[in-house]
Design a protein. Structure first.
Ligand SMILES: Nc1ncnc2c1ncn2[C@@H]1O[C@H](COP(=O)(O)OP(=O)(O)OP(=O)(O)O)[C@@H](O)[C@H]1O
Length: 257
């Protein structure tokens, strides 16, 4: 089980401050939903965690150790809304997953044939884990549906054995019928593998389903955070109330409580 801690993260695009002094803890093996209006800074914060945003100041810690000081592969993986952005269009999806594998037996000294067989078995294992027939590993991303591509993007992220997964609107480009399947899969894998997850979404119903805690952003700042039930049923900040009032079922739940 792993945890993610952000301390004083500030991100600027030129003179514009997109994220300001954000502190956030995603406790061991739990899921925090990051919500907020369009342009509030959610994606920028997610990208800052993996070093893809121009972070001005702040620290990212995984299991109490600063990520920038760790050696080797990053313990944090990011999956985007656009699965095309996560996968190289020229590579087979099997090769994309293989590239992300975090290594392991057999060692460098093993014969090439043995190493290749072990790698292929690992790739098949990750594709199966996300419900993709390993035979599809020989295809390129354009030969898959959006839902299948997003599953492969997830397999690729998990193949790196992340301690932390940042999921940025990963189902919003999918049909509603496929969204449910991908969310169920994500919830099952998160529980089984025990990684901490920052789940960025504008869909509060999905956040209620998946997240232990919710953090609300507005204008680059965190304005409210707490256990999901408390935040969604008894919101304290006007921004949170506004977000909830846009979702009829959640608004009714709040009125009833
Ligand atoms: N590369 C960039 N250069 C300049 N400004 C940017 C860049 N990326 C984002 N911004 C600005 O930073 C602010 C936060 O954007 P961000 O994408 O993080 O918001 P968001 O909460 O994820 O929004 P959405 O829900 O619409 O995706 C916005 O005002 C946006 O225009």
């Amino acid at each position: 089980m792993s945890s993610l801690e952000l301390r004083g993260i500030t991100v600027r695009y030129g003179r514009f401050t997109a994220v300001e002094n954000v502190d956030l803890l995603v406790p061991e093996g739990t899921v925090t939903g990051l919500v907020g209006g369009s342009g509030s800074g959610k994606s920028t914060l997610g990208r800052a965690v993996v070093g893809l945003a121009p972070t001005q100041s702040g620290r990212v810690l995984v299991d109490g150790t600063e990520v920038a000081r760790r050696r080797g592969r990053s313990p944090v993986q990011l999956v985007f809304q656009n699965s095309y952005a996560s996968l190289d269009p020229r590579m087979t999806v099997g090769a994309s997953v293989a590239e992300a594998l975090s290594g392991g037996a057999p060692g460098r000294r093993a014969p090439a044939r043995e190493r290749r067989a072990a790698r292929d078995a690992e790739v098949a294992r990750y594709l199966e884990l996300v419900g993709i027939d390993p035979a599809r590993g020989a295809r390129t991303p354009d030969a898959l549906s959006g839902g299948q591509r997003q599953r492969v993007a997830l397999a690729r992220a998990l193949a790196a054995r992340p301690a932390v997964l940042i999921a940025d609107e990963i189902t919003s480009a999918l049909d509603v019928s496929v969204q449910g399947a991908v969310l169920n899969l994500l919830r099952r894998l998160q529980r089984e593998l025990g990684f901490a997850m920052l789940f960025i979404s504008h869909n509060l119903a999905v956040v209620r389903y998946l997240c232990d805690q919710v953090a609300v952003m507005d204008g680059g700042q965190l304005v409210e955070r707490g256990p999901t039930g408390r935040v969604l049923e008894h919101p304290e900040h006007p921004v949170t109330r506004d977000l909830i009032s846009c979702v009829p079922d959640l608004a009714l739940a709040e009125e009833a409580s």
